[in-house]
Design a binder for this molecule. Structure first.
Ligand code: GLU
Length: 456
């Protein structure tokens, strides 16, 4: 016992020291530090059990991206004025397969955001059990208020540089915030033109008109709900007759709402970056889909068609509404500890992270301390990238599977991720702590592959 305690202390010191080094090497990158800290905190028991990981410097190697690319993206707007954005791609880890991860186009994008997303993607992708490494990319370009032609010119310029670094067996980008099937289409067109070859598997999230997978659009949101349903079932609960809040109104949010409704829940609120709507009768999803997917309007407009609903400008306040299940599906750090407290006081039973890192470290600990069921992002939102990997498989085999086939594979994957995360949390003495369970499962898979491949 004494030895184990000493060993744990030694390992904690090593991990703390490494964390300080990460901060020193990547100054002012608070989101990246946060993502690293969350993973590091989960791994101490694994490192105690497997000293080889320390000896071989697996963690030291993991935190350093294999490659980090930044580039200039010049383009001409509709007024004929030259605009300059910054492009990024982090090729974080290729132990398990080609780098895989989305592109985010949002004004908040910087190296910290890209590194946090890329770092998390390594473990998320490992959790899916598919042969994919971790990567991420994007730009500080803001597609909001831009015309279709401006978006096209931006995407073409972005891909002119990115095409030098990607390929179906090298690095396979997809969508994220601000990048949907439309942007993927423009990116794919430019890649094809530059390469002079039709390499379907270079991007995922493509339209089903030319090599996309049925079910990819719905996959992240549906997957989150499948995962949370597993977690609820384990504790004798379900979505049936529950009230649910889903932040955001983008791709993840819309399909999380759809699946939760299909499973018998009433979704009473959703949001966009300006504010949230509260509809006590249950959100009308057709209206949200039309406003957001077709007309690209603000969520505020919802109340014009549904006068019983109210609109509120403070996004954070969405978490003050009493609900059984909260699904943060908007963006990073949208639930802080004071929002967590409010949710708990109002009787929330489960949290499912559809977005990447939507809950601060303090808020996660608040939920765990209060024994609230908590489905962490790397596990709960892995459905999107899982179906991306299925899209790659279909592209390689030149086949396309039915929506039912894809959905049933997605369900199986989400169930497996849940089971493995839960069992691992039990094995490591933190039963039900899925944050630790998921981080450990993902880490061990990557670490073992890195060991097998030598120091590279
Ligand atoms: N951006 C999504 C994620 O955060 C999907 C990535 C992909 O499909 O490659 O996992």
């Amino acid at each position: 016992m004494y030895e184990l305690e000493t060993e744990t202390e030694n390992v904690s010191n090593y991990v703390n020291h490494l964390y300080e080094m990460v901060k020193h090497r990547n100054p002012h990158e608070s989101e990246f530090h946060q993502a690293v800290k969350e993973v590091f905190d989960s791994l101490i028991p694994v490192l105690v059990k497997n000293p080889i990981y320390i000896k071989q410097r697996i963690l030291d190697r993991l935190v350093e991206p294999e490659r980090f690319i930044t580039f200039r993206v010049p383009w001409v707007d509709d007024e004929g004025i030259v605009q300059v954005n910054r492009g990024f791609r982090v090729q974080y880890n290729s132990a398990l397969g080609p780098y895989k991860g989305g592109l985010r186009f949002h004004p908040s994008v910087n190296s910290s955001i890209i590194k946090f997303l890329g770092f998390e993607q390594i473990f998320k992708n490992a959790l899916t059990g598919q042969p994919i490494g971790g990567g991420k990319g994007g730009s500080d370009f803001d597609p909001k208020e831009r015309s279709d032609m401006e978006i096209m010119r931006f995407c073409q310029s972005f891909m002119t540089e990115l095409s030098m670094h990607i390929g179906p067996n090298i690095d396979v980008p997809a969508g994220d915030i601000g990048v949907g099937a439309k942007e993927i289409g423009y990116l794919f067109g430019q890649y094809k033109k530059i390469r002079g070859a039709y390499e379907s598997g270079v991007l995922t999230g493509k339209s089903i008109l030319y090599g996309g997978s049925l079910g990819r659009k719905e996959a992240t949101g549906y997957g989150t709900v499948y995962f949370v349903e597993e977690m609820l079932n384990q504790h004798g609960m379900s979505f049936e007759n529950s009230t649910v809040i889903v932040s955001g109104s983008g791709n993840v949010s819309i399909y999380a709402m759809e699946k939760a409704m299909q499973l018998g829940a009433t979704v009473i609120a959703c949001s966009d970056s300006n504010g949230y709507i509260y509809d006590p009768n249950g959100i009308n999803l057709e209206t949200v889909k039309r406003l957001k997917e077709v007309e690209r309007k603000r969520i505020e407009e919802y109340t014009c068609e549904h006068p019983e609903a109210t609109y509120h400008q403070n996004c954070e306040e969405i978490w003050s509404i009493p609900c059984d299940i909260a699904l943060p599906c908007a963006t990073q750090n949208e639930i802080n500890s004071s929002s967590a407290q409010k949710l708990i006081v109002n009787g929330v039973k489960a949290i499912g992270e559809g977005a990447n890192m939507p809950t601060t470290l303090e808020a996660i600990n608040t939920f765990l301390d209060h024994k609230i069921l908590f489905a962490p992002a790397k596990a709960a939102n892995a459905g999107g990238v899982s179906v991306s990997a299925l899209e790659m498989a279909q592209n390689s085999a030149r086949v396309s599977w039915s929506a039912e086939e894809v959905d049933s594979k997605l369900r199986t994957i989400m169930k497996d991720i849940y089971k493995q995360s839960l069992n691992t949390s039990i094995d490591y003495g933190v039963p039900g702590n899925l944050v630790a369970g998921a981080n450990i499962v993902g880490f061990v898979r990557v670490a073992e592959a890195m060991l097998a491949q030598g120091v590279i």
